[in-house]
Design a protein around this ligand. Structure first.
Ligand SMILES: Cc1cc2nc3c(=O)[nH]c(=O)nc-3n(C[C@H](O)[C@H](O)[C@H](O)COP(=O)(O)OP(=O)(O)OC[C@H]3O[C@@H](n4cnc5c(N)ncnc54)[C@H](O)[C@@H]3O)c2cc1C
Length: 372
């Protein structure tokens, strides 16, 4: 963690970690948000590998922070691998294509990615699938607890936290300083601004030109089951559905947003649920894992929604957008294996240092903005 040489204030409109990070599915699954093969086709092998490796490094940094501070139990960190299962034959074709290109690019060894046949998948995933791709170095954690520990360290290092404080407008004065206005009559004068507002980034940063679209996700958490049936993470339905079973034996299942007429695109309210998605998530358990759930009229103990920020190319933005103004946002539903190091990189940029870890694809170029 960087020792701040500057006076740093952190402003959060609600409670700390009340945005997507405190509401997500708990997967720490390094890699790209989209297909590796498509990325190589669009951006070339080198840039794709750089982004992929950045994600690997982020995951290692998180693991290191947790183990160095002896927080494995508190943050419920398990690194037993994660399995992307194919629910249609065409998904298997895509996985095979990705696997072949990853092999060609030499990224398989460091992650220990394996293609599994249907038998292997079905045994481990306890369903009926066409096969899948297993990432041995992927894991799961409790993001809220992790963030609280990081925040405690930051506060010890001098960061001043202002929660329940929404930045409403930002004016730049002739002096070059920014005047931040808030909804609760606080007022801050600062030399540099970092927007780490993900799905809300459009509101205060005209320079990103609506490059980020808010999309709402929904998650259910079951009561503890009798056994821990899965110690790996699962992803299904072309990545739209994702599931873990935590150490406390509760299943955390998110997804099914395509059951909503709008696919939850543009939905910014994380205080309500979509009833169609609630029903679909509940049915998914019994339909996909009949052997596990046949004797269980399982109770759902918790359910919530959270807002993701999708960029047009599903690659986050880490860049300077104006003089002394920076953005780190747009994690496109895949922030856990990216955001930690993106935060460090943007802090280094703001401190006029070269980021120690970076991927060029995260810069907000005009070419990216032009994408439909
Ligand atoms: C339901 C769901 C499930 C997900 N599952 C996974 C998963 O399993 N694995 C994974 O890798 N990713 C997952 N994601 C994505 C992941 O959670 C995000 O990519 C990541 O949390 C983004 O982090 P962030 O800090 O950029 O955004 P956030 O955590 O949303 O933080 C942005 C913060 O900015 C604050 N803010 C906004 N505007 C203002 C303002 N004007 N003034 C003050 N504060 C402001 C917000 O209140 C918010 O707290 C999921 C997301 C959701 C919603």
């Amino acid at each position: 963690m960087l020792k701040p040489e500057y006076e740093v204030i952190l402003v959060e409109q609600h409670d700390v970690c009340s945005g997507a990070t405190g509401r997500n599915g708990g997967h720490l699954w390094p890699g790209l948000a989209d297909s590796f093969a498509d990325s190589v086709e669009n951006y070339g092998a080198e840039k794709t590998k750089e982004l992929f490796n950045f994600s690997m490094e982020t995951k290692s940094y998180i693991e290191k922070f947790i183990t160095d501070n002896n927080l494995q139990d508190d943050c419920c960190l398990d690194v037993n691998g994660s399995l992307y299962v194919a629910t249609t034959p065409s998904e298997i074709e895509q996985l095979e294509k990705d696997f072949a290109i990853m092999k060609e690019c030499g990224v398989l060894n460091q992650t220990d990615i394996q293609l599994w046949d249907a038998e292997n998948c079905n045994k481990k995933a306890k369903g009926s699938f066409y096969g899948g791709m297993f990432t041995a170095c992927a894991g799961q954690l409790w993001p809220y607890k992790f963030v609280i520990h990081v925040l405690q360290r930051a506060i010890q290092l001098g960061v001043k936290l202002h929660s329940h404080t929404k930045i409403t407008t930002i004016n730049k004065h002739d002096s070059g300083r920014f005047h931040l206005h808030t909804n609760n009559n606080k007022s801050f004068f600062v030399d540099r601004v970092i927007h780490a507002t993900n799905a809300w980034a459009n509101e205060l940063v005209p320079a990103i030109d609506n490059f980020i679209t808010p999309i709402r996700g929904q998650v259910i958490v079951t009561e503890p089951l009798k056994e821990r049936y899965w110690d790996i993470g699962l992803c299904l339905s072309e990545g739209y559905d994702y599931m873990i079973q935590r150490r406390d034996k509760r299943v955390v299942l998110g997804g099914r947003r395509l059951c909503s007429k709008t696919a939850e695109v543009g939905e910014m309210d994380d205080s309500t649920l979509n009833e169609d998605i609630s029903a679909a998530l509940r049915s998914l358990l019994g339909e996909t894992f009949p052997d596990v759930f046949k004797d269980y009229p399982v109770n759902i103990d918790y359910e919530w929604t959270g807002i993701m920020g999708f960029t047009k190319d599903n690659i986050p933005i880490v860049d300077q957008v104006n003089k002394d103004e920076f953005v780190v946002a747009g994690f496109s539903g895949h922030g856990m294996p990216m955001a930690f190091l993106c935060g460090r990189s943007v802090a280094e940029m703001a401190a006029h240092q070269k980021p120690q870890h970076f991927a060029e694809l995260m810069l907000l170029t005009e070419h990216r903005k032009m994408k439909q």
